[in-house]
Ligand binder design. Structure first.
Ligand code: COA
Length: 260
């Protein structure tokens, strides 16, 4: 199984999508974005996939942002089209029913960090650097970085990173809340798969609804956010998986969820 420029593996309920472009430090080309959109369309209705781990090949970079070599040969229209596809792909990750986990195996810069920011969970290997260096390149983060970074770590810290363009290491990223776990060198895959496995054993509809409740409620006022949570909760009540969970509890066994 593979989309363009992505290696795809499946381990039980978890898919691992690896950006396959080590020579250019997994920088995002047009073909990679097409492949990402294809993979997203493929898993959208696949109930067997409960969690997707995004990672990059090699140990140098998770993703070095947009492919600047390809960019150099692109017309203004092509850049515009690329950018729209990139934004659609990142939004597709957020609106997917599965949980997405960015396993940052090396540097995550520019669009590479923005890709990770579109994911629900972020884990980084010790020694990797992360940053949004765009202001040093005469642009601003335009793949959602100015929107998602402050939502993830707060306005003051986001401005500290975006206005300086500086890179942070794993320890600072953890302290800032940019990542939730740091994996010692050589353990990233195990750490990421363990976390993905903990997500994947839960009811798929619950994962989808919890993701929607959190993302959709974040910037509503308190009453509206609680009403939104309640709407997301109500949708779980009619599922077979909820009945299965109650039955499994009574029978003292693990529930078997189907996503229905
Ligand atoms: N687009 C295209 N090619 C890229 C790239 C990008 N975004 N980032 C790196 N590469 C290429 C380099 O040009 C180099 O190619 P070459 O072997 O033909 O010279 C190759 O990848 C290796 O890069 P190098 O810098 O030697 O690797 P490294 O392991 O020492 O460092 C990074 C890796 C990611 C830290 C470093 O490449 C980097 O800082 N890249 C720029 C990232 C960036 O600013 N992105 C934001 C864009 S808005």
């Amino acid at each position: 199984m593979s989309g363009r420029e992505w290696a795809v593996e499946r381990q039980e309920g978890v898919e691992i999508w690896t950006i396959d472009g080590e020579a250019r430090r997994n920088a995002l080309s047009r073909a990679m974005i097409r492949g990402l959109l294809e993979n997203l369309a493929r898993v959208r209705d696949d109930r067997a996939v409960r969690c997707v781990v995004l990672t990059g090949k090699g140990d140098k970079a998770f993703c070095a942002g947009a492919d600047l070599k390809e960019r150099a040969g692109m017309s203004a229209d092509e850049v515009h089209h690329f950018h729209r596809s990139l934004r659609d792909a990142f939004r597709g990750i957020e609106s997917a029913p599965q949980a997405f986990l960015a396993a940052m195996n090396g540097a995550a810069l520019g669009g590479g960090l923005e890709l990770a920011l579109a994911c629900d969970l972020r884990v980084v290997v010790d020694g990797a650097e992360m940053g949004l260096p765009e202001v040093g390149l005469g642009i601003i983060p335009g793949g959602g970085g100015t929107v998602r970074l402050p939502r993830a770590i707060g306005v003051a810290r986001a401005k500290d990173l975006i206005l300086t363009g500086r890179r942070v290491g794993a320890a600072e990223a953890l302290a800032m809340g940019l990542v939730s776990r740091v994996a010692p060198s050589g353990t990233l895959r195990d750490v990421a798969l363990e976390l993905a496995g903990l997500v994947a054993r839960n009811a798929p509809v619950s994962i989808r609804q919890a993701k929607r409740a959190i993302d959709g409620g974040l910037h509503l006022d308190l009453d509206a956010a609680l009403a939104h949570e309640n709407a997301m909760y109500q949708d779980c009540l009619t599922t077979k998986d909820r009945v299965e969970a109650l039955r499994a509890f009574a029978e003292k066994r693990m529930p078997v969820f189907t996503g229905e």
